[in-house]
Every structure is written in structure tokens, then in C-alpha cells.
Design a binder for this molecule. Structure first.
Ligand code: DX5
Ligand code: ZN
Length: 219
């Protein structure tokens, strides 16, 4: 039975008690911590950046799963790597061209870190294919990026099924991560479709049974 990785999204945490929130999800068995960076340009929201990541990255032993929803990722990628990102996931839609994507992949790998590429709901999953053999993770957005607490968009399941088959048929190693509107029901559908990593924000933070909820997510 495949072990599903749970990556709680900090965007939904209580920012007045971040250390406690992080310790709670770590104690509850989360393997990764999802850090949503938003610049107010690529997405219509602004979240947090380098100063918070520097402190958060060292405050736990989970994997720092950094999701940058920003324009011009090449300009800032190195700073995220230096600030503690273990996985740095950028948006394909935010890259200028193929060279830009290739530059980011080699830069992130030059730091010994993992590369993720994310696509929005309206982006064709086939646009990921040229990079799939060279990256460590694909992040399928199951909501329009920018906010926690939105409803799951079911077309994400088709993309997950397509990627699961493609990755297995081509003996690739990229993990499939899904992000947005994930709860025990949508999470189960994504697991059945072949996902490896579940990002969950509002389903976990703000509830007093996080341990039970993480168990339910794993199914
Ligand atoms: C949305 C973020 C997601 C979001 C998930 O742009 O990328 O990680 O915080 O939050 P929920 O799980 O509440 O949809
Ligand atoms: Zn995210």
C-alpha cells in the first residue's frame, strides 16, 4: 500500500501561534509543511515571504514544501532556496519560456533541492510533459490559486489519472501532489486517481482533531 504524504498548508494556520501550529501538525504525523507564497500579481492575494520562511524552515523537521505563486520565479528562486526551501515549486504559467523553466530546474538542483512545477486548473496537463523526466514533483492545483478554503475542482482528477499512467508507463520518479479543497472525501478520490501528496489547509488548521483528520486523509 502506497504511503500518502500529507503536507498541511500554512496559509490556513493561526499566524499568532505559528510555532504551536507547526508543532501540532508535525506531532500529528505530517511529513511536509506547505508554504504558500503569493505576490498579489500572479494571484490576487499576498501571503508571506522570506523572513517568515527563514524562521519557519528551522522550526521543525518536516520537509519545507514551498509553493511560489509569483510572477518571475527566476528572479526570486535562489532566495527561497537560501531561506530554507527543500522543495521549490513554481508555476509553469509564470515562466517566460522553455529556457526559463530549464534555468529554474538546473538552479534548484544545483542547490541539491527538489524541483516542482505547478499548473493552474485551466492549464493543459500535457504542457508538463517536456519537463516530467527532469523534475521531482508536479503540483496539480484543484482550485484557482490564491486562497484557502475554496471548493475542489474535479477536473484535477483527470490530470492526476493521466499523470499517474504517464509516469508509470515511462518509469519516471516525479511525485504527484494535489492542492486545494482537499478533505477526506476529495483526498480519497485523489488517492484513487494516483496522487502521492495531499496538501490540505482549512481541512486541518482550525480544528481540534488534526491528528484524526490527517489519519482520515491518508485513508
Ligand atoms: C491556494 C494554495 C493552497 C491552499 C490550500 O492558492 O495554494 O495551498 O492554501 O487550502 P485549502 O486546503 O483550504 O484549499
Ligand atoms: Zn499551495
Amino acid at each position: 500500500m502506497k504511503k500518502i504524504i500529507v503536507s498541511p498548508s500554512l496559509l490556513s494556520a493561526d499566524f499568532l501561534n505559528l510555532k504551536k501550529e507547526i508543532s501540532t501538525v508535525e506531532a500529528a504525523g505530517a511529513e511536509w509543511l506547505h508554504f504558500d507564497v503569493m505576490d498579489g500579481h500572479f494571484v490576487p492575494n499576498i501571503s508571506f515571504g522570506f523572513p517568515v520562511l527563514v524562521d519557519v524552515a528551522d522550526a521543525h523537521h518536516m520537509v519545507n514544501d514551498v509553493h511560489i505563486m509569483i510572477e518571475n520565479p527566476s528572479k526570486y528562486a535562489e532566495k527561497f532556496l537560501q531561506s530554507g526551501a527543500d522543495i521549490l515549486t513554481f508555476h509553469l504559467e509564470a515562466c517566460d519560456d522553455d529556457d526559463d523553466v530549464r534555468h529554474l530546474i538546473s538552479l534548484i538542483h544545483s542547490y541539491g533541492k527538489k524541483v516542482g512545477i505547478s499548473i493552474k486548473p485551466k492549464t493543459d496537463v500535457k504542457e508538463l510533459l517536456p519537463y516530467l523526466a527532469d523534475i521531482d514533483l508536479v503540483l496539480i492545483m484543484s482550485v484557482e490559486p490564491g486562497f484557502g478554503g475554496q471548493s475542489f475542482i474535479p477536473t484535477a482528477l483527470d490530470k492526476i489519472r493521466f499523470l499517474r499512467k504517464y509516469i508509470d508507463d515511462h518509469h519516471l520518479s516525479a511525485l504527484i501532489e494535489v492542492d486545494g479543497g482537499i478533505n477526506d472525501e476529495t483526498g480519497r478520490e485523489c488517492i484513487d486517481a494516483g496522487v502521492d501528496v495531499l496538501v490540505a489547509g482549512s481541512y486541518l488548521f482550525g480544528h481540534d482533531d488534526i491528528c484524526g483528520r490527517i489519519k482520515k486523509l491518508r485513508g
